[in-house]
Design a protein around this ligand. Structure first.
Ligand code: AMP
Length: 295
């Protein structure tokens, strides 16, 4: 039986503690295997699976972390109700060739009051940062902890969370963390809605309405690709599409530089057309990245 087969036949390891995952990764390292990490909050879907596939393509040993990180949720956000279908998540990981799952409890990750935080300035202020104070501090802190615990060569993130990827990349560069960040394309439903664990909160009519967010970022990207450079005009057209769904409470519609996340008046270089809004109690975000010739 090949190693791959043996693993598929049920040898994926599940570590609940930091000591266990370190021992597993240590063994892989001793065999000179490269290590890939896919950080997730679970409720795995085809978006997460695309990251797992990218990781298994490029790394010899793939770790998926499943941890609903309390420090990235604000008061009144969905931490308590966030879905936690661990048994089916483990099945998905096993089926897709994951070598080890790290699924710690909050007490394992935060055994005492956390006094040490990793904060990335500026990039965390606009877009989602305006509506989720403290969110990115929780994300950067937990990712630093996961990077320190697992010690991956490469970590995989999704373009769907464009601000998160920009923030993490900057943190890794600023702190000389010894790993590479790979960003994978957004996986979408047939109507364009970005797949998300939170989509299951949507009622059937909300689910139908939710695709408007994609139509709006798609319009923005289309105009940019066609050579429109006036960001205000692009935003106005994106807003016109969003108005087709009066129930959507728009948080932002922005054209920003993809790396600095600075709001642009004139489109130039690599840019994001980004939207966030709420349908009922569900917060949805989406973006499309477009590379334009620098002016
Ligand atoms: P989450 O479990 O929502 O924290 O997401 C874990 C990782 O999966 C993050 O890097 C997300 O950007 C990524 N991800 C979530 N949804 C998608 C999607 N539809 N397409 C690609 N990546 C995704």
């Amino acid at each position: 039986m090949t190693t791959q087969r043996a693993r598929r036949a049920g040898q994926m390891q599940v570590a609940k503690t930091i000591i266990e995952i370190r021992a597993l990764v240590g063994r892989a390292r001793a065999e000179d295997r490269t290590v890939g990490l896919v950080p997730t909050m679970g409720a795995l879907h085809i978006g997460h699976i695309s990251l797992i596939e990218a990781a298994t393509e490029c790394c010899d040993y793939v770790v998926v972390s499943i941890f609903v990180n309390p420090t990235q949720f604000g008061p009144g956000e969905d931490f308590a109700k966030y879905p936690r279908p661990l048994a089916s998540d483990l099945e998905i990981c096993e089926k897709h060739g994951v070598h080890a799952v790290f699924a710690p409890t909050p007490e394992e990750m935060y055994p005492r009051e956390n006094l040490t935080w990793v904060t990335v300035e500026k990039l965390t202020e606009p877009l989602c940062g305006r509506f989720r104070p403290g969110h990115f501090r929780g994300v950067t802190t937990v990712c630093t902890k996961l990077f320190n615990i697992v010690g991956p060569d490469v970590a995989f993130f999704g373009q769907k969370d464009a601000q998160q990827t920009a923030v993490i990349k900057r943190m890794v560069a600023d702190l000389n963390l010894p790993l590479e960040i790979v960003v994978c394309p957004t996986v979408r439903e047939p109507d364009g809605l970005a797949v998300s664990s939170r989509n299951q909160y949507l009622s059937p009519p909300e689910r139908k309405d939710a695709a408007v967010i994609y139509r709006s970022v798609q319009k923005g990207a289309e105009l940019i690709r066609a050579g429109e450079t006036d960001a205000a005009r692009i935003v106005a057209e994106m807003c016109a599409i969003l108005r087709q769904v009066p129930a959507l409470r728009v948080e932002y519609v922005s054209i920003v530089d993809a790396e600095s996340l600075r709001e642009l008046d004139q489109v130039t270089g690599k840019v994001l057309a980004a939207v966030a809004g709420r349908l009922g109690s569900t917060r949805l975000i989406d973006n499309i990245v477009v590379d334009t010739p620098p002016k």
